[in-house]
Design a protein around this ligand. Sequence first.
Ligand code: SAM
Length: 227
Amino acid sequence: MGNSENNNKELTVEQIREIAAQLRNPTGEKGIEMGHIMNEANVAMIDHTFETLQPVSGESILEIGHGNANHLQKLIKMAPGINYTGLDISETMHLEAKKYCAENGLEGQTTFVHYEGQTIPFASQTFDKIFTINTLYFWESPEAYLNELHRILKPGGKLLITYAEEESMDKLPFTSYGFTKYSPDKFEKLIQNSKFKLESNRQYVEKITSKVLTYDERKFRVGVLMC
Ligand SMILES: C[S@@+](CC[C@H](N)C(=O)[O-])C[C@H]1O[C@@H](n2cnc3c(N)ncnc32)[C@H](O)[C@@H]1O
């Protein structure tokens, strides 16, 4: 995700609200298009998350909010024997992710689950690692949700949360509609109120210039949380 004020200058409030809604829960043809835009614009966030995740063959790894999952070939190449599960509230993204995996021979080691966004449908101590990119803004009860993620991680497991900083999000008009923005301080306080211990919250700065999105300086972080 990412767009500059210039990109959105000509948009009406309805169009900006529509972008916000599609980012939160991509739906239909426009949702499919948004899935591709996100995957392209968020490549640095995805790459730094994978680098920090250090996936190891044999691990069970959950991703929350995978979008169209077009990043999975890269992840599975890093650790061919992982068992990946993707959980998303968007039926459109759920179907797109399954289609992508079927077309790329990844069906055997990927599972996708569609849910309503609150109750996490997995048994306690199921996963070695969990990661999520650009979904924190949409969590309705973040402390309770974090504690659910803690429950489904194995002891010693890790949760990675990748998020754009509030300062960068403020430059995007659509983030005024249904997004909760996090400064690094606010993020750290959230973690202190959960069952997790914060191991690191490293900052990255990137410039995005793609055919659909430009962003002079996006600051984002990869938060690493320990069980
Ligand atoms: C902004 S997109 C980010 C997609 C991808 N992770 C990326 O960074 O490019 C948000 C994704 O998370 C999903 N999502 C939003 N809230 C969610 C929740 N509470 N649980 C799981 N998925 C959620 C949306 O359906 C969408 O696929």
